[in-house]
Design a protein around this ligand. Sequence first.
Ligand SMILES: *Cc1c(COP(=O)(O)O)cnc(C)c1O
Length: 223
Amino acid sequence: MESIPDNLAALRRTITDAAMAAGRAADSVKLIAVSKFQPVEAVEAAIAAGQKAFGENRVQEAAGKFIPLRAKYPDIELHLIGPLQTNKAETAVELFDVIQTLDRPKLAEALAKAIRKTGKSPRLYVEVNIGHESQKAGIAPEGLGEFLASCRVDHNLTVSGLMCIPPREGDPAPCFQRLKRLADEHDLPGVSMGMSADYPAAIRCGATEVRIGTAIFGGRPPA
Ligand SMILES: *Cc1c(COP(=O)(O)O)cnc(C)c1O
């Protein structure tokens, strides 16, 4: 826990360096601290060190930790970065500022309904299965245009970015470049890519948000 402020400071330096090296402004990259499986004390240590944006994978876990934290720290920003079941869409819409894992038509429909019902409007990112991996969630790159059109036309949803998790093996840079190109093609400003192991490469390829867990908080039990 005592190393969290140091880890954050080191990350911010690396993020700034990678952004500058790519000719980008340091503040064009947002650091999302991924706090899944981490205790509230660890989140509070990060908040004390100036961290504002957090990412969680599970709606239930996020609600347990962040509803109380939100009351205490109103300017926290919370991102959902894990898979979302349609029956939790309403809870997710009420809890998260950004939902990064819009990955199928049924979920678009459920989110649209939840947004109408609650009056909340979280920013939405579409998850893209950038490496065409059968075990991974996400819209296939070839189907993205059609899916975005359906979100807009059929569900009146505004999508503001794309998110991806590249294959575990191999160089992630081509995947990052592909996601950035897709975002540009569709005029989407948000590009969420890069984790502890590969965020400098993601920033060089145009990431606007990097999602970092272990490099801030240390290890966690396997999912
Ligand atoms: C867990 C997770 C992260 C953070 O991974 P680290 O390797 O710990 O930085 C980022 N994005 C998603 C979607 C995750 O599930």
